[in-house]
Design a protein around this ligand. Structure first.
Ligand SMILES: C[S@@+](CC[C@H](N)C(=O)[O-])C[C@H]1O[C@@H](n2cnc3c(N)ncnc32)[C@H](O)[C@@H]1O
Ligand code: SF4
Ligand code: SF4
Length: 499
């Protein structure tokens, strides 16, 4: 596809596409006063990723992406200097006016990005300031036995946390200088642990003076009482209710029989008490085609936020034999995890489709995985694992501390909370993660064009699947596909991202 009057420039913050539909009047704004060069000298050679008539030019180190028609992108493929005559040759069948206009557009596009050698690069937004986060599993006991449960919780597990007030108090006093301090109670099922309400009250009323952490509770909602709901409301606790389907059949594929209506009842209690709550949604083959319905159900039930995520291969989810086929769907068959789980790139594309049709849902999905990733790429924030660089801990119900839920594995046990967080934070593993070589220096990823966007994957996820912190070839393929999908989605300039 070549450029013409009807194929003009569109832009988003991070990605621009020269084949969109911006009216001429707004296009000319970008062109004012630019002086055409005979050649473009680029800060680095871009890599071209083509999909039919459209291509992305990825500048790996500069972390810029530009969309062009594939024919024109070929001129830039692996070239750090491009003569404008190359574009003139490609467009030789066009009128002189169209060709010159196209070159002016490309020139403007390159100038507004950070890719011309003459242009001073803006400082890249780096990782956002990180919060201090404590995920505290107060009990491994649960009334359910969900087939995907990373903590392997069930009615036959009995571990309970000891001295939770002291654990939270120590965490708050150790990391009280962080701008945000989050304490999330999880499990197992926290609403089945009698200590949940007293713990929340103690932390809210008598935590370290001046610092009351933001409190969260994760729940399956099935046994949540009015007292829970009132307490959560009065203490301003953020509640996350797990909802995995828009109907009983789909939800119960994951959570077991008789759970769906009880979960809805729990949400109703929260709404009635005016408690703030959002929903956690596992995207699985059974609900994949019905996510919009599921989101609507959540919003209609009073949820203020939706966090939809794909499966982590941990706990019960790491044991394929415990994951019977829940939907025979060709799209999910080739997933290298061999569970019938939804690959991230499909989960992104599906949510993009929904949000394109239903931009009103974007405000609910803002803090979810997909929009979080999309915004990160748009703001050109590098992905860097925060483990070791900011305080996140997962404390299991026996009081063992881990660097993160994703590294909940005996190999990564940092010690017991009785040691105190001051000592735990100095653990050699966290030190090693803090000083880990950058992605550009890691042999496997050093030459990957998407390295700055991908970051080499989550070390926890890598470990769960390969036994090392590095991604295997299979994981790398999935990460590449997911990252590329984000760039394509961004190149479509999704309106739901806002101006
Ligand atoms: C472990 S549960 C504990 C709290 C509560 N029992 C519940 O189900 O919400 C916390 C959250 O982790 C999610 N989860 C559990 N196992 C997972 C896995 N293997 N991959 C992704 N999310 C998982 C659950 O769906 C739930 O939203
Ligand atoms: S996901 Fe939650 S409800 Fe399900 S078994 Fe695990 S702890 Fe229980
Ligand atoms: S894991 Fe794969 S896709 Fe990600 S940066 Fe490394 S080589 Fe690239």
């Amino acid at each position: 596809m070549s450029l013409s009057h009807s194929q003009q420039v569109t832009e988003s913050n991070a990605v621009r596409v020269v084949d969109g539909n911006v009216p001429l009047a707004s296009r000319t704004r970008h062109l004012g006063g630019s002086v055409l060069q005979r050649c473009w000298t680029l800060v680095e050679a871009p890599v071209q990723i083509a999909r039919g008539a459209r291509s992305l030019l990825v500048f790996p180190e500069t972390q810029e992406v530009i969309g062009l028609s594939t024919r024109i992108a070929h001129c830039f493929h692996n070239e750090a200097a491009v003569c404008q005559d190359a574009v003139r040759d490609v467009l030789s069948e066009q009128t002189h006016e169209v060709v010159e206009q196209t070159i002016t557009q490309i020139d403007a596009l390159l100038r507004t990005r950070c890719v011309l050698e003459s242009k001073e690069c803006r400082v890249r937004n780096d990782s956002p300031p990180y919060d201090a986060v404590l995920n505290l599993s107060v009990t491994e006991f649960c009334n359910l036995r969900c087939r995907h449960c990373y903590s392997d919780s069930s009615p036959s597990r009995s571990g309970r946390i000891k001295n939770p007030e002291a654990v939270v108090r120590d965490f708050v006093s150790t990391f009280g200088d962080h701008e945000r301090l989050d304490v999330a109670l999880t499990g197992g099922e926290p609403t089945l642990w009698p200590g949940t309400v007293p713990l929340l009250k103690t932390v809210s009323f008598s935590s370290v003076p001046g610092r009351i952490p933001t409190l969260y509770v994760n729940t399956n909602g099935t046994v949540l009482t009015d007292e829970h709901a009132r307490t959560f409301a009065s203490l301003g606790v953020h509640v996350a209710v797990s909802l995995d389907g828009p109907d009983a059949y789909t939800h119960e594929q994951i959570r077991g029989p008789g759970t769906f209506f009880r979960t809805l009842k729990g949400m109703e209690r929260l709404r009635f008490a005016n408690a703030w709550f959002g929903v956690n949604v596992l995207i699985h083959p059974g609900n994949f085609d019905r996510l919009e319905e599921l989101f609507d159900l959540a919003v209609g039930s009073g949820a203020k936020s939706i966090n939809a995520f794909t499966l982590d291969r941990m706990g019960r989810a790491s044991r394929a034999e415990e994951w019977p086929n829940i939907a025979r769907d060709e799209r999910f068959k080739n997933d290298s995890r061999q569970l019938e789980c939804v690959p991230d790139y499909l989960a992104y594309r599906q949510q993009h489709r929904i949000l394109t049709r239903r931009p009103d849902l974007a405000m609910y999905l803002r803090n979810g995985f997909f929009l979080g990733q999309l915004l990160r790429v748009r703001l050109r924030r590098r992905v860097r694992c925060g483990i070791g660089r900011h305080p996140t801990f997962y404390v299991s119900s026996d009081g063992s501390a881990y660097p993160d839920i994703a590294l909940f594995h005996p190999e990564f046990k940092l010690g017991s909370v009785s040691m105190g967080f001051e000592q735990l934070r100095r653990h050699p593993f966290l030190e090693m993660m803090r000083n880990r070589e950058p992605i550009s220096a890691r042999s496997q990823c050093a030459s990957c064009p998407l390295r700055m966007f991908c970051g080499g994957g989550c070390p926890g996820d890598n470990f769960q699947r390969t036994g090392t912190l590095e991604p295997s070839e299979d994981i790398c393929q999935e990460l590449y596909q997911a990252t590329e999908e984000l760039l394509w989605i961004l190149s479509e300039r999704p309106a739901y991202l806002g101006a």
